[in-house]
Design a protein around this ligand. Structure first.
Ligand code: ZN
Length: 265
């Protein structure tokens, strides 16, 4: 089970079937989505109906959507989210992205949408799919202030350090590790030591975040679409550090996700 990907992304308009076939050949059957905005939610629904029981939609107003759209559109998206939430397994992506490519002028609106969605998820006790980049201290402060839904959630493509990992897991959240960890294995080691496997899940974030990895990107040529193979590579690296078989990592990740998102499969 892939803890996080974007199969509704337009980059996969043509190649989704092939991508899913590749995944099946590797034994990857289930995919939890990350939500971006209203258009993306509708495509998620369409493809989840096309591949029933395999693709789990998840709706949220992504920090990138917030950064690109005026306040009225963001608030309208949040209203729409409330009416469509019955078709979603959780709330997200929600969070903060303070990386260089995101306009600083969007930070306040990002905070507003993050808090709104977090309160809503608490109210409904829906699990979170958090997108936090270069904003871990502030995100943790907001999570502490408003609280985390009992259902928990995942910090997708976790990019923080060992101490931040401890704070997130202490709040009942799980860390979702993706291709980016393959290029920063030293940091990953400390995080792995501090985190038990029942709070770790693995993701591709496909079609984005193709890792710089000798298996996924031989000769340094990164495929334009992040392949399902990334999930296996991430699980392999986690398994080496944890001293278990990589299939155990994948199995435990799947169990964790079934529990967090209340999936019936
Ligand atoms: Zn994502």
């Amino acid at each position: 089970m892939d803890a996080h990907c974007h199969l509704a992304d337009h980059k996969l308009d043509e190649g989704l079937e092939v991508w899913l076939k590749e995944a099946s050949a590797l034994g990857i059957t289930y995919f939890i989505q990350g939500g971006v905005g209203p258009e993306d939610w509708n495509i998620q629904l369409e493809i989840s109906r096309k591949y029933p029981g395999r693709i789990f939609p998840c709706f949220g107003v992504h920090p990138w959507f917030v950064a690109k759209n005026p306040r009225e559109s963001c608030l309208a998206a949040f209203e729409e989210l409330k009416t469509k939430i019955k078709d979603s397994v959780g709330v997200g992506e929600l969070g903060l992205d303070f990386s260089k490519k995101i306009a600083e002028s969007s930070y306040d609106l990002q905070r507003e949408l993050f808090k709104m969605q977090l309160r809503f998820a608490r109210e409904k006790n829906l699990p979170l799919v958090l997108h936090i980049v270069h904003a871990h201290s502030e995100a943790l402060a907001i999570l502490r202030e408003i609280g985390v839904p009992e259902a928990g959630g995942i910090v997708h493509s976790f990019s923080g350090d060992a101490s931040q990992a401890k704070h997130y897991t202490g709040l009942g959240l799980s860390l979702s590790l993706g291709g980016s960890v393959l290029s920063r294995l030293e940091k990953l080691k400390q995080i792995m030591v501090a985190t038990s496997l029942d709070q770790i899940v693995v993701e591709t974030d496909a079609p984005d975040q193709t890792p710089q990895d000798p298996v996924v990107s031989p000769q340094g040529e990164r495929p334009a679409i992040n392949p399902p193979l990334t999930l296996i590579r991430v699980a392999e690296e986690v398994s080496k550090i944890k001293g278990v078989d990589f299939t155990n990592v994948l199995e435990q990740s799947k169990c964790n996700l079934i529990k967090i998102f209340g999936l019936s499969i």
